[in-house]
Design a protein around this ligand. Structure first.
Ligand SMILES: Cc1ncc(COP(=O)(O)O)c(C=O)c1O
Length: 442
C-alpha cells in the first residue's frame, strides 16, 4: 500500500483560516494550544461552533463529531435540558464560597449508580481525581509504591506520568515492562515508585505483583484502556487484580474517567468487579471542567474534616453549581435505554468498519465497548499497549487526515466515542467517508 500525500494537500486547502489562527496562537502559546494530547500535524483545526453531532471550524467546514471532546459530550453539543438548566443557574450565581444543592444531586446519582461508591468528592479534572485516589490509598495503607499498567493514562500529575505512550524498543520485555518517565521534569524518585504491569497478561501481571506485594499501596487501572486505544480488559485480568489486592490489603483503583460511559454503573458494573476507589471525569460534568473520586466509606472518611482531617483536599472551583447541575442533568438523561441505543449504534459502526477493511483488504482490529471504539490497522488481536504500538502508524495518520477532509472528526489515533446526537444516517455517512478514504490509499 502506498500513501497518498494528496490528503495533506487537501487538508491545507480546506483549512487556511485554522492555519492562520494556529500561527497567531503560536506567538503566545507553546505549540498554539494548551492540550498536547489533541495536537496533530500539520496543525489542528480551530473550532468556532458546535451543535448536536456537528462541529464547524474557522473555515466554515462542518464535520461530524465522533470523538465528542475526548468522549465527554455524550449527549452531543448543546443538549436542550443541560443548556436550559445551566441558563437558569447562571442567574443565581456562578461559584459560591459554600456548598450548593446541585452537588448533593450529582453525588447521590453517582452513589446510586456506581457499585463502589459509598462516598464521593468532586474536583475540576480527572487528573486531580486520580491524584486523590492514589493519595488516599497511600494514606490508608501507609505504603508508597503503586502499580499501573503500561499504556494506562491517568492524567498529568507526576505520579502517573510513567509508562504511558512509551517507545517499545526502550521499555523492556512486553510481559515485564520497565517503568519509564513519560514526561521530562518529574521529581526524583517518581519513576521508582511505580511497578508497571502488562495489561491483559494475567499470569505475567500476577507474577510481577507477587514480587512487590509487601510494598504496594494501590493498583490503578483503566478497566478499558482508554485514550491510547480503547482496549477492554479481559474479565479474568480484572478479577485477578481484585483477588490479589483483596488478599494483600492493597487498594484497587479503577480509573473510569473514560470508561464510566460504558454502562450506568461504569465498567465496574459491566464486569461485575468492584474496586475500592474510582476516579471519574468527562461525562459527569455535562461539558464543564470536572473530576470526582469516590469509593469505600472507611477510605473516603480520610477526607472528612469532622473526623480529622487526615488528607487535605481543596479547590476553589470544586463542585461549583454550574458543573454539578450540568452533570446531574446529563446523568438523568442517560437512562438504560439510552446506553443500549448507544451501544447498538457503536456495534453497527465497528462492524461496518470491519466490513469495509475486509473489502479493501486492509488488516484491521476494531476495539471498544459500549459507545467507545478504536481503529487499529494490524492483523492480530489487540490486547495491550504493545499491540497498539505495533499498528500501522503511517496509515493511521493518513486515515485521520482523510476523515478530516471528508468531514469527520476523530482523535488522531482513531479512537472515538459516540453521542446520542449521532443518528443512523450520520453513522452511514461516517462509513461511506471511511471507505472513500481507504480507497484513496490504494
Ligand atoms: C482514564 C483517564 N484518566 C484521567 C484523565 C485525566 O482527566 P483530565 O483530562 O480531566 O485531567 C483522562 C483524560 O483523558 C483519562 O482518559
Amino acid at each position: 500500500m502506498t500513501f497518498n500525500s494528496d490528503e495533506l494537500t487537501r487538508y491545507l486547502e480546506l483549512t487556511p483560516e485554522s492555519r492562520a489562527l494556529w500561527e497567531e496562537a503560536r506567538e503566545y502559546l507553546p505549540g498554539g494550544d494548551s492540550r498536547n494530547s489533541i495536537f496533530w500535524r500539520p496543525y489542528p483545526i480551530f473550532i468556532t461552533s458546535a451543535s448536536g453531532c456537528h462541529v464547524v471550524d474557522a473555515d466554515n467546514v462542518d464535520r461530524l463529531d465522533f470523538i465528542n471532546t475526548m468522549t465527554t459530550m455524550i449527549l452531543g453539543h448543546g443538549p436542550e435540558p443541560v443548556l436550559k438548566a445551566v441558563q437558569g443557574q447562571l442567574e443565581h450565581g456562578l461559584a459560591y464560597n459554600a456548598p450548593n444543592r446541585h452537588q448533593i444531586r450529582l453525588a447521590k446519582l453517582l452513589c446510586q449508580r456506581l457499585p463502589s461508591f459509598d462516598r464521593v468528592r468532586f474536583t475540576n479534572s480527572g487528573t486531580e481525581a486520580t491524584l486523590n485516589t492514589l493519595r488516599a490509598a497511600r494514606a490508608f495503607t501507609g505504603k508508597s509504591r503503586f502499580a499501573k499498567v503500561e499504556g494506562g493514562y491517568h492524567g498529568t500529575h507526576d505520579a502517573v506520568s510513567v509508562s504511558i505512550r512509551v517507545d517499545p524498543a526502550l521499555a523492556g520485555e512486553p510481559n515485564r515492562p520497565q517503568a519509564l518517565a513519560s514526561s521530562s521534569g518529574l521529581a526524583d524518585g517518581v519513576v521508582d515508585q511505580v511497578v508497571v504491569l502488562p495489561f491483559n497478561e494475567t499470569d505475567s501481571a500476577l507474577a510481577i505483583l507477587e514480587e512487590h506485594r509487601e510494598e504496594l499501596a494501590a493498583v490503578i487501572v483503566e478497566p478499558l484502556l482508554g485514550s491510547v486505544g480503547m482496549v477492554p480488559a479481559k474479565p479474568e485480568f480484572l478479577q485477578m487484580l481484585r483477588r490479589f489486592t483483596q488478599e494483600h490489603g492493597i487498594i484497587l483503583i479503577f480509573d473510569e474517567v473514560i470508561s464510566f460511559r460504558v454502562a450506568p454503573g461504569g465498567c465496574q458494573e459491566y464486569y461485575g468487579v468492584t474496586p475500592d476507589l474510582t476516579s471519574l471525569g468527562k461525562i459527569i460534568g455535562g461539558g464543564f471542567a470536572v473530576g470526582a473520586f469516590g469509593g469505600r466509606r472507611d477510605i473516603m472518611d480520610l477526607y472528612d474534616p469532622t473526623l480529622g482531617p487526615q488528607v487535605g483536599h481543596a479547590g476553589t472551583f470544586n463542585a461549583n453549581p454550574i458543573t454539578m447541575l450540568a452533570g446531574a442533568v446529563t446523568l438523568e438523561e442517560l437512562t438504560p435505554q439510552v446506553y443500549r441505543k448507544l451501544s447498538e449504534r457503536t456495534d453497527y459502526l465497528r462492524h461496518g468498519i470491519q466490513q469495509i477493511c475486509a473489502r479493501q483488504e486492509v488488516p484491521v482490529q476494531v476495539t471498544g465497548l459500549g459507545s467507545l471504539f478504536g481503529i487499529h490497522f494490524i492483523d492480530r488481536p489487540i490486547n495491550n499497549y504493545r499491540d497498539i504500538a505495533a499498528g500501522d502508524a503511517a496509515l493511521r495518520e493518513q486515515v485521520f487526515l482523510g476523515l478530516m477532509n471528508e468531514g469527520v472528526l476523530l482523535a488522531p489515533n482513531l479512537v472515538g466515542g459516540l453521542s446520542t446526537a449521532i443518528s443512523q444516517p450520520d453513522m452511514d455517512a461516517f462509513l461511506s467517508a471511511f471507505e472513500r478514504v481507504l480507497q484513496r490509499q490504494n
